[in-house]
Design a protein around this ligand. Structure first.
Ligand code: SAM
Length: 445
C-alpha cells in the first residue's frame, strides 16, 4: 500500500470519524454508506478505510490517553478536525506496521493543510513525530486504558469476573471478529454451499460449536456471492444461532419473535421448522420490519411473516397461542464491543439500568403469548448481570415459568454448569463467539 494511494482513504476516514465522534452517528452505518459511495476504490483502499476507522474507535480511550501525554493541547481542547486527524494517525503509528511512521506524519500534515488548518501544521507534525519516536516506551497506568474500555465498565466487570477471564475477554474484543454465516439447510446442503463459496474464491472455515455455521474471509461484497443471493446463507454470529438450538422447535410449532429485526434468529427458526409451522416475527418500526422482509424475500421461506408490533403492547390475539416465544431483547450490546466499538464509547451506567428495566417491562407483556407447557427464550448480546442473570432470575420468580435444563441442546462442545439451570453466559475469549446470554423457560401453568 503506497502512501499516495491512501491519501483519499485517509480523508474519507477523517470524515467518518467526524460524523461518529463529533455528531453521534453510528460507525457501522456511516462506514457502510462511505464504502457504498466509494465503490470505485480499489479493494486494499477500502480495507484501509474500514481498518483505520474501526481501529481508531476500538482504541479510542487508549489513543486519547497517549495524545494527552504527548500534546500540550489536551484532546478535548483540540479543534474537532485536528482531534480526529490526530486520533486516526496515532492508530496508524501504533497498529499499522506496514505504513512507515514518517508517511503517517506527512499525510496527516497534508490533510490538515488541505482542510484549512495550515497554522496547525507544526503542531500536528510535532506531536505525531513524538508519538512515533516514543511508541515503544509507552506504558499505561491501568488496564482500562490498556484495553481501551471506560473505567466504570472495567470496574464493574472486575467485580463480576476473575482477572484472567476479564483480560481474555478484553483482549478478544481488540482482536479481529470474523464474519460467520449460517447455512439455510432447508434450501441447500452444507456441501453445496461450501462448493459455491469456494467457486467464488471465498476462504471458508468451520466454526466452533455449530457444524452448519461457516466463517468467511477474502471476499469484498457479501451481496455479490451466489450463496447469499440464493438465500443459502445468513449472516449471524455463532452465539446468536445457539438461540435457535436452545429453543428446539418441533415440526409444526407456532413461534413468535417479539423483537426480531434484522431477522437472524427468526429465519433460523423457520429453517429448523423445515417448511412446517409458522414464525411470526415483529419489530417496532416499518424500517426494521422491511429489513426482515428483505431476508425473507431473499431466502424464500413461506413459513414466516414479519409485521410491525410494539413488544410493550399486549397483542390480545396472541395470548396463550405460541409454542415458542423468542424474546431477544434490546440490550446494552456489551458482548459485541469487538464488532461495534462505538458502543463502549457511548454507553453509560444509566443505560444499563434503563435497558434492564425495559427488558422487564417487555417480559411482563410477552410471557402471556406462551401456551402452558410452551417455551420462552430470553436472550441478549450483552455481558451485564443486571440485564442477564438478574433479569432471568426475576422472570422465573414473577411468572409461571421454570428454567429448562439446556444441557445437550447447544451441541457437544459447549458445556457450562449453568446450562442445568437453564442459561449460559458466553464470553469472548473464553467461548469462541461473541458475548451473549441466553436462557430458556417452560410455562408451568
Ligand atoms: C437484539 S435486537 C434483535 C435481533 C434479532 N433477534 C435478530 O436475531 O436478528 C433487538 C430489536 O428490538 C427492537 N425493538 C426495540 N424496542 C422494541 C419494541 N418496543 N417493540 C418491538 N421491537 C423493539 C429493535 O428495533 C431491535 O431490532
Amino acid at each position: 500500500m503506497t502512501t499516495t494511494k491512501t491519501t483519499d482513504g485517509r480523508e474519507i476516514v477523517l470524515d467518518i470519524l467526524l460524523e461518529v465522534l463529533e455528531k453521534g452517528a453510528y460507525s457501522h452505518v456511516v462506514l457502510r454508506q462511505a464504502l457504498n459511495k466509494y465503490q470505485y476504490l480499489e479493494k486494499p483502499e477500502r480495507a484501509f478505510i474500514s481498518r483505520v476507522t474501526e481501529g481508531t474507535l476500538e482504541y479510542l480511550i487508549q489513543i486519547d490517553y497517549i495524545l494527552n501525554e504527548y500534546s500540550k493541547v489536551k484532546v478535548n481542547k483540540m479543534k474537532p478536525l485536528i482531534r480526529n486527524l490526530m486520533r486516526m494517525s496515532v492508530y496508524q503509528i501504533l497498529y499499522m506496521d506496514r505504513i512507515p511512521d514518517s508517511a503517517v506524519c506527512n499525510e496527516a500534515v497534508k490533510l490538515a493543510v488541505k482542510r484549512k488548518f495550515q497554522g496547525l501544521k507544526g503542531f500536528v507534525n510535532g506531536v505525531l513525530r513524538t508519538v512515533a519516536r516514543e511508541k515503544d516506551n509507552i506504558t499505561f497506568p491501568s488496564d482500562d486504558i490498556r484495553y481501551s474500555v471506560p473505567k466504570w465498565l472495567y470496574d464493574k466487570w472486575a467485580e463480576s469476573y476473575e482477572a484472567d477471564t476479564l483480560h481474555r475477554m478484553l483482549e478478544q474484543f481488540l482482536a479481529d471478529s470474523p464474519m460467520t454465516v449460517r447455512c439455510n439447510l432447508h434450501l441447500a446442503s452444507k456441501e453445496q454451499i461450501v462448493e459455491s463459496l469456494a467457486a467464488q474464491k471465498v476462504t471458508v472455515r468451520e466454526t466452533a460449536y455449530i457444524p452448519e455455521m461457516l466463517e468467511l474471509a477474502d471476499f469484498d461484497y457479501l451481496e455479490s456471492l451466489d450463496a447469499f443471493q440464493k438465500g443459502w446463507i445468513q449472516v449471524q454470529d455463532v452465539s446468536s444461532a445457539l438461540v435457535g438450538l436452545a429453543a428446539a422447535p418441533k415440526k409444526g410449532d407456532y413461534c413468535i419473535d417479539v423483537c426480531g429485526a434484522p431477522g437472524g434468529k427468526s429465519l433460523h427458526l423457520a429453517d429448523l421448522l423445515d417448511g412446517t409451522g409458522h414464525v411470526d416475527v415483529r419489530d417496532l418500526t416499518e424500517y426494521k420490519v422491511q429489513m426482515i422482509q428483505e431476508h425473507i424475500d431473499r431466502t424464500g421461506y413461506t413459513n414466516i411473516e414479519a409485521k410491525v408490533w410494539d413488544a410493550l403492547e399486549l397483542d390480545d390475539s396472541s395470548i396463550g397461542q405460541a409454542d415458542i416465544v423468542l424474546a431477544d431483547l434490546p440490550c446494552s450490546g456489551l458482548g459485541i464491543l469487538g464488532r461495534k466499538p462505538d458502543i463502549k464509547n457511548r454507553v453509560t451506567p444509566e443505560d444499563l439500568e434503563s435497558l434492564a428495566a425495559l427488558q422487564r417491562q417487555m417480559l411482563s407483556v410477552v410471557w402471556q403469548y406462551v401456551k402452558p407447557g410452551g417455551t420462552l427464550v430470553f436472550s441478549t448480546c450483552t455481558i451485564n448481570r443486571q440485564e442477564n442473570e438478574e433479569n432471568a432470575a426475576w422472570f422465573a420468580r414473577e411468572f409461571p415459568f421454570e428454567p429448562v435444563n439446556i444441557e445437550g441442546r447447544l451441541g457437544e462442545k459447549l458445556e457450562e454448569a449453568t446450562m442445568k439451570q437453564g442459561y449460559i453466559q458466553l464470553l469472548p475469549g473464553i467461548h469462541s463467539c461473541d458475548g451473549f446470554f441466553l436462557s430458556v423457560f417452560r410455562r408451568t401453568s
